[in-house]
Design a protein around this ligand. Structure first.
Ligand code: PLP
Length: 389
């Protein structure tokens, strides 16, 4: 068997979910919303199952969805994308990432990865024959430093896999950071594979800026979005891929032989959803922001050191101020003794892990968040007492 997958152990996500079930914990480890998602979008999908086309749709995606993707990114991000040559639909962002890595790199090519990183990246890069070069981001700001880019890029760099907004950090990169990264991509003639699945889940009036919009990047960027994140329907697995035609032609070949296509009913519902009025997107953001604020305020009131969360469904705490330096041990203790499941952020690093940050998902009903907070009542105080003892 191939050792890259055969040697992957049980992930910390599975371990924490298992412990959460065993202890009947409030599970703030898993990253999906309690809310069932917009009723009209789900109704469109149901109607399309009953009355619509249920055979293979076109390989690149339904024409109406490709047109909707192009119009959507023009409206929200100022991009001009030719729906017939620069847009493709995949079965989730994950398929898009896997296909792009298979399509773009040859064995021995270097791939720059920013850690913390989404867990799928590294096995996929390695399985495609890529050699990973890491840029380590550090709390509380997760800043991209020029010297770290200079150390990671080389003439062998083929792809830069960049996640913005960044899960698990809850960080969003502004134009200055994007311009810095763009300079390196241009200088080393690298393709940017941009995982922008969190592009709509941004807070405090911020707007997501796609790396593709920066100088020199239009022809060397693969932009990946996910309807699952845009519509709080994480199980839907409808990925939105944009790239200039020479790149797209190759991505399409990989897609052709991985999944070929994506359920047509979900595609037609996503086409409907992407054309919804601005207020839908604003209200979705406002609702998550309210949950973020409610949960963060509760954590602060209980003595936790809360890191800024500008985007995503996640907020992090820094446990070093409580005297802890092992996030995995902390999370195990938290779920076993206090009945709240969270995720240790060290799980998102492959080397030189930061071990003092713990991630909570706040995309939950108020009652769920309040139940978790009640269980966290004495955690900070107990930590401080045991530190003094
Ligand atoms: C950074 C990142 N990329 C990709 C995905 C997966 O997206 P999809 O469900 O569309 O495959 C997630 C899901 O949490 C994510 O956080």
């Amino acid at each position: 068997m191939n050792p890259i997958f055969a040697n992957l152990g049980t992930s910390v996500f599975e371990v924490m979910s298992g412990l959460a079930r065993e202890r009947q914990a409030v599970n703030l480890g898993q990253g999906f919303p309690d809310d069932p998602g917009p009723a009209d979008v789900r109704a469109q999908a149901a109607e399309a199952v009953l009355s619509g086309w249920n055979q293979y749709p076109p390989m690149m995606g339904l024409p109406e969805l490709r047109a909707a993707i192009s119009a959507h990114y023009r409206r929200f991000q100022g991009l001009e994308l030719d729906a017939s040559a620069e847009v493709m639909v995949t079965s989730g962002a994950t398929e898009a990432l896997a296909g792009a890595l298979l399509a773009l790199i040859e064995p021995g090519d270097e791939v720059v990865l920013f850690q913390p990183m989404y867990d799928a990246y590294l096995p996929l890069v390695r399985r495609a024959g890529g050699v990973a070069k890491f840029v380590t981001l550090r709390p509380p700001r997760w800043t991209i430093r020029e010297e770290d880019l200079a150390a990671a890029f080389s003439p062998r760099t083929r792809v830069v896999l960049f996640n913005n907004p960044l899960n698990p950090a809850g960080a969003i990169y502004d134009r200055d950071a994007l311009a810095l990264l763009a300079r390196f991509c241009v200088k080393f003639d690298a393709i940017a594979l941009c995982d922008e699945v969190w592009e709509h889940v941004v807070f405090d009036g911020r707007a997501h800026v796609p790396l593709m919009a920066m100088d020199g990047m239009r022809e060397r960027t693969v932009k990946i979005g996910s309807a699952g994140k845009i519509f709080s329907l994480t199980g839907w697995k409808v990925g939105l891929v944009c790239a200039a035609p020479p790149i797209m032609r190759v991505l399409a070949k990989a897609h052709q032989f991985i999944t070929f296509t994506t359920p047509p009913n979900l595609q037609s519902a996503v086409a409907y959803g992407l054309m919804k009025e601005d207020s839908y997107f604003a209200e979705m953001r406002a609702a998550f922001q309210r949950s973020r604020d409610r949960f963060s305020a509760g954590l602060v009131a209980r003595g936790f050191d809360v890191l800024p969360s500008a985007a995503t469904y996640f907020v992090n705490i820094d446990i070093s101020s409580l005297g802890h330096d092992d996030d995995v041990a902390f999370c195990r203790w938290l779920v076993k003794e206090h009945g709240v499941a969270a995720i240790p952020v060290s799980a998102f690093y492959a080397a030189d892990a930061i071990r003092t940050v713990v991630r909570f998902c706040f995309a939950k009903h108020d009652a769920t968040l309040d139940a978790a907070l009640a269980r966290l009542d004495n955690v900070a105080r107990l930590s401080q007492l045991s530190r003094r003892a």
